[in-house]
Write a protein that binds this ligand. Structure first.
Ligand code: FAD
Length: 552
């Protein structure tokens, strides 16, 4: 028997490699592609900020357009997801709900609620994994039920598992227009444009919430203004599968770059991303990680030599997979309390310090430029994330990684439950990473790859007239030089909020103490080869500092 199906898009906002949508099409006589825009759910579970709202709406608009080209459309329904489903399951006589399987606790809870609703209302539920390379449960099973806590161990388990699932084929107009399938809304006729179909079918609806607005209004992708999202906070990065695929293709044409990609050699303060910049598209599922993985495999197969994990491009995807796996089996992964893999640290409660960091007012141009790029664009390079995360936590301010993670969650286009928390634990040396004597210097770190300070001049134009020798530490310029640069430190731009040398020396001692106290209780994993940024290319702290346990 063929189903009448609601396909519920959650994260996988794409038509390529979408196995559960393909399964829905193959098993249905009527298919309703639906996105439920549940604002309360999105804001409470993901703390989604303005930039990401824009990116999400652009991605939905793009999905709607792409579905339209295949003879279907996207129906966006605003409201609380359970109430919306109850309503439409009855209205459309639904017998099946299909959805992407996700691993975040809030998405798992949503799926469990839909399963419960299915048992109550008599519809079937089908969910399939396609946001990660593997079904993380398979990795956990092979590792005896617990997550591998080092990358090395993780790679070993993957070697037992074999290659990830290959991507499923792209969806075509034939899939949506096959004999007997009505896709989108009842009454769909192939010749009708999607807009006409919407109007036609919606005329049958009696319970549209805003009948006087015109019925097609009910299901359209809302505009930012409808959601009261500031039109000013738009990132230059455009959301959607079309844009994501274009960027992916662009990178893949440079096969030499792909084959030799070595993460530590990429530059945190280049004016255009020195890495792929695909993370926002993976994060929202506009791009399939499996598609990218196999496209990389093809390039590697043709190359004479290619880089390897952890520093290669496939190695980056495996870091993503690593954090997904650990997060899927670690209670309270996004917090310190009750998290068995996280050091328990008495961080300072410093609201003012946190605010200065968040608002790019630390007085360290390198840190403030990064936080400005983050606020304006929603994306920063991995090493730039290192710099500001280390500064906030174990480096200078001794403020909890949870606070930094929340700020990133709000501001990043690629904000991701598992990767964000995992990397914050890493950078604060609360889990995974243990070479805590390496503290990034907020003056020297950026200088290495951008001695002229062009990145700072772009994001902090107030400092743009300082000579290069002062751009990373403008407080060392004389009063006269500050006047000439048109920026008086302490007046037009703040003095450094801490003395880096004193603060980091002090914090290093605190960290040593914590680790001595907890070395028996905390599940401290050790694998020094695991630091992807330390392989081949040294980070900011020189070897003599590391061996002396000192910081710059
Ligand atoms: P590339 O270097 O081109 O890598 C390709 C893909 O591999 C990325 O798109 C991403 O999906 C994955 N990847 C790369 N590095 C990592 C990593 N260290 N861990 C896991 N996956 C990785 N990444 C997110 O996607 N979401 C987050 O919320 C996030 N928060 C972070 C917080 C901190 C404190 C730090 C230090 C890093 C965080 N990262 C996060 C990881 C990393 O910085 C970004 O994935 C990367 O910079 C994205 O740029 P890219 O797409 O050009 O990466």
């Amino acid at each position: 028997m063929l189903h009448r199906t609601i396909h519920l898009f959650r994260k996988e906002l794409r038509l390529h490699d979408n196995p559960v949508l393909l399964a829905a099409l193959e098993s249905s006589e009527a298919l309703y592609p639906v996105y439920i825009l549940d604002r309360a759910f999105l804001t409470s579970s993901m703390h989604i900020g303005a930039l990401r709202w824009h990116f999400l709406l652009q991605s939905l608009e793009d999905l709607h357009k792409n579905l339209g080209q295949l003879g279907s459309c996207l129906l966006v329904i605003q409201g609380e997801y359970e109430a919306v489903l109850r309503d439409h399951i009855q209205k459309w006589n639904i017998t099946q709900v299909t959805l992407d399987a996700e691993m975040e606790p809030f998405y798992k809870e949503m799926e469990a609620n839909i399963q419960r609703l299915g048992a109550e209302m008599g519809f079937e539920v089908l969910s399939l994994v396609s946001h990660s390379l593997y079904d993380t449960q398979r990795i956990l099973d092979l590792n005896g039920g617990s997550p591998p806590l080092t990358y090395k161990r993780f790679l070993h388990i993957l070697s037992l598992l074999g290659d990830p699932e290959v991507p499923v084929r792209n969806l075509t107009a034939e899939d949506f227009q096959k004999e007997g399938l009505s896709s989108c809304l009842p009454g769909l006729e192939k010749k009708l444009r999607v807009k006409d179909v919407l109007c036609l079918a919606l005329c049958e609806e009696k319970r549209c919430r805003a009948p006087d607005l015109g019925l097609a209004e009910c299901y359209r992708v809302p505009l930012p203004v409808d959601l009261k999202i500031s039109p000013q906070n738009v990132s230059p990065w455009r959301g959607g599968e079309t844009e994501g695929l274009q960027r992916l293709e662009q990178h893949l044409t440079d096969q030499g770059w792909v084959a030799s990609f070595t993460k530590p050699r990429t530059i945190p303060n280049s004016l255009l991303p020195s890495t792929t910049g695909l993370s926002p598209y993976f994060s929202m599922g506009c791009l399939s990680v499996r598609t990218f993985f196999y496209r990389l495999s093809n390039i590697y197969a043709q190359a004479k030599n290619h880089s390897l994990p952890p520093v290669s491009l496939q190695g980056q995807l495996l870091w993503r997979e690593f954090f997904y796996t650990v997060a899927s089996a670690t209670p309270n992964f996004t917090q310190m309390a009750g998290n068995p893999i996280c050091l328990q640290i008495c961080w300072y409660k410093d609201t003012e310090g946190l605010h200065k960091w968040k608002m790019a007012q630390t007085g360290f141009p390198w840190i403030d430029a990064i936080m400005t790029q983050l606020r304006q664009e929603g994306w920063i390079h991995h090493l730039a994330r290192h710099a500001v995360a280390c500064f906030l936590t174990r480096g200078d301010l001794w403020i909890s990684w949870e606070e930094g993670m929340k700020v990133f969650e709000e501001l990043l286009l690629d904000a991701d439950y598992s990767i964000n928390a995992g990397n914050w634990m890493w950078l604060s040396a609360s889990a995974f990473f243990h070479q805590y004597t390496r503290i990034f210097c907020p003056v020297r770190f950026g200088k290495r790859t951008d001695p002229q300070g062009n990145y700072i001049r772009k994001y902090l134009p107030i400092l743009k007239n300082f000579p290069s020798k002062y751009i990373y530490e403008p407080w060392t310029a004389s009063e006269e030089e500050q006047k000439q640069a048109g920026c008086i430190i302490g007046q037009d731009y703040p003095f450094p909020m801490v003395n880096h040398k004193e603060a980091s020396d002090h914090n290093l001692q605190l960290m040593k103490q914590v680790r001595e106290e907890q070395h028996r209780t905390a599940q401290l994993t050790r694998d020094d080869a695991d630091d992807p940024m330390e392989i081949k290319v040294k980070c900011d702290h020189s070897e003599e500092n590391i061996s002396k346990g000192k910081v710059a």
